[in-house]
Design a binder for this molecule. Structure first.
Ligand code: ZN
Length: 150
C-alpha cells in the first residue's frame, strides 16, 4: 500500500501547489467564509447556483496543504453537480476522513477524493480536510455567519 500512499501524497501536493478554481467568482450568487483556528486555515467558497445545479464554484484563501488541496479537489468534484449530490458527497467524505466509513459503502463513489482517506489517522488534520466542505454547506444554505470548525 505504500506506493498508493505516495501517489495520494503526490496528488495532494499537486493540488496544493496548483490549486484548481482558485479565484474569486465574479458571477457568484452564493458565498461563505470558513476558518479553522486550530491550524489557521481560512477559506472563502464562491458558488453560482442555477436552480439546484452548481454551475460554477471557486475558492480563495490561505492554509495548509491539506486544506487547500481539499478545497481544490472539492471544487473540481462539484462543478455541474446538484445540491443533493454535493450533500451526499460531503457525507461520504466526512465519514471517510473521520474513519467512520462502513465497509458496505460504495468504494468508487468518492472518486479522486479517496486521496484523503489517510487523514483519518491524523485527527488534527480532519478539520483541515473538511473545512472547505463545511464552508460549502454554509454557502448552499445561504448562511452569512463565518463558519468555524471550533
Ligand atoms: Zn490546516
Amino acid at each position: 500500500m505504500s506506493d498508493l500512499r505516495d501517489l495520494y501524497q503526490q496528488v495532494i501536493l499537486d493540488h496544493y501547489k496548483r490549486p484548481r478554481n482558485f479565484r474569486k467568482l465574479d458571477e457568484a450568487n452564493r458565498k461563505a467564509e470558513g476558518h479553522n483556528p486550530l491550524c489557521g486555515d481560512e477559506i472563502t467558497v464562491y458558488l453560482h447556483l442555477d436552480g439546484d445545479v452548481i454551475t460554477d464554484i471557486s475558492f480563495e484563501g490561505a492554509g495548509c496543504a491539506i486544506s487547500k488541496a481539499s478545497a481544490s479537489m472539492m471544487t473540481a468534484a462539484l462543478k455541474g453537480r446538484t445540491r443533493g449530490e454535493a450533500e451526499t458527497l460531503f457525507e461520504m467524505f466526512h465519514e471517510m476522513v473521520t474513519g467512520h466509513r462502513d465497509g458496505t459503502a460504495d468504494p468508487g463513489g468518492l472518486g479522486k477524493l479517496e486521496v484523503f482517506c489517510g487523514v483519518s489517522e491524523f485527527p488534527v488534520r480532519v478539520k483541515c480536510a473538511s473545512l472547505a466542505w463545511h464552508t460549502l454547506r454554509a454557502a448552499l444554505e445561504g448562511r452569512n455567519d463565518p463558519v468555524s470548525t471550533e
